[in-house]
Ligand binder design. Structure first.
Ligand code: KG4
Ligand code: ZN
Length: 339
């Protein structure tokens, strides 16, 4: 089954073709993908402008689809189903992909399915070289979500803990902004943190010893105060780099300790990390080291499938279609949609 996946929930237009017959081969079923990032469009405003995002998705969907079909050497008539992101996300942006996908499926006489963006992230590591078996604990860390989930099977998700305020990615983005780094903040903080001392400043690890929930809103104030105290936003580049490294270390330390706690609580030995922040090298290395100590393993998607993309939507759609689900002709998106 060849599934076309469409991701338009925020500021990336991602399209991909997943072919279940190619699962287990080198490409793990991913025939090809194209991704257009609107980062430059929004950079001027310091964050994503919803109306501009919708307009840009509309402009890009058709040319990207043509590029993808050519790259994959697949004809439209060979596509068996279409999966699109139904939520959560920006309503206007979601509607562009949903209307495009639903209409194209109608025109081709094939099923369409709306997919939960976070389920896409959660299942993306199953497209990796070392796909984990169920059950596993998943740490979903993106710009909008921070959740620990016990995944017992497709669609069987139990939320173990989540952020009571800001998401981890959002916190990276805000700290980056305070340090004068462009959006998205995560990769820029990681880069600035290279070759700096992560133990220079002691930043808080909020709610570390309270259950499996997270709280990151206090980190913003802590970073703000630290920058003020050290004059670090515009003076010594080494001070800024040390702040970035200390911040990244505090975030990673908090995430890792909660993951270890979650695995112990549900007696599982596999951890999957997904979402944009899971691309963070320091997070990956620390998890590998800490989980080895408790005989647990960590699995993640290839870097290109950690941040938003069409491949994870195609794959999640395939799994849902396999389970007998498909949407009717009505197009509805869910901007706020719990897992
Ligand atoms: O999953 P994603 O692409 O989009 C959402 O669904 O939100 O995640 C984007 C988030 C941003 O906050 C970005 O700063 C963060 O992921 N991110 C990172 C890294 N790469 C992306 N955070 C830390 N380290 C990274 N290397
Ligand atoms: Zn995402």
């Amino acid at each position: 089954m060849k599934v076309l996946g469409l991701e338009t929930s925020c500021d990336e237009t991602g399209l991909a073709i997943f072919d279940s017959e190619q699962m287990g081969s080198d490409n793990q079923g991913l025939v090809g993908q194209v991704l257009y990032s609107q980062i430059e469009l929004h950079a001027l405003y310091g964050g994503v402008v919803p109306e501009l995002a919708s307009r840009d998705h509309i402009r890009k969907l058709v040319p990207l689809l043509n590029e993808l079909l050519e790259q994959c050497d697949v004809k439209k008539s060979e596509i068996d189903a279409i999966a699109y992101t139904k939520g959560p996300g920006l309503i206007g942006a979601l509607m562009t992909g949903a209307l495009f996908g639903r209409s194209l499926a109608y025109g081709l006489g094939i099923p369409a399915i709306g997919v939960h963006h976070m389920e896409g992230h959660l299942l993306a590591p199953l497209m990796g070289a070392k796909p984990p078996a169920f059950p596993f604990v998943s740490l979903l860390v993106s710009g909008g979500h921070t959740q620990l989930i016990a995944a017992h099977g497709i669609g069987q998700y139990e939320i173990l803990g989540e952020s009571i305020d800001d998401a981890a990615g959002e916190c990276f983005d805000k700290a980056a902004k305070m340090l004068g780094l462009p959006y998205p903040g995560g990769p820029n903080i990681a880069k600035l943190a290279e070759n700096s001392d992560q133990n220079t400043y002691d930043l808080p690890r909020p709610m570390l010893h309270r259950g499996l929930d997270f709280s990151f809103s206090g980190m913003k104030t802590a970073v703000h105060n630290l920058i003020k105290d050290t004059d670090g936003s515009d003076s010594d580049p080494q001070v800024r780099a040390d702040i970035a490294a200390s911040f990244q270390h505090a975030m990673v330390d908090t995430l890792v300790k909660k993951c270890v706690k979650a695995l112990k609580q549900v007696s599982m030995s596999r951890l999957v990390i997904a979402g944009g922040v899971s691309a963070n090298t320091h997070l990956r290395e620390t998890l590998e080291a800490e989980l080895a100590k408790i005989n647990a393993t960590v699995h993640y998607a290839p870097p290109a499938l950690c941040t938003d993309n069409g491949a994870m939507i195609a794959y999640a759609g395939f799994e849902r279609l396999q389970a007998g689900q498909a949407d009717d002709l009505a197009v509805s998106c869910i901007p706020r949609w719990p897992m």
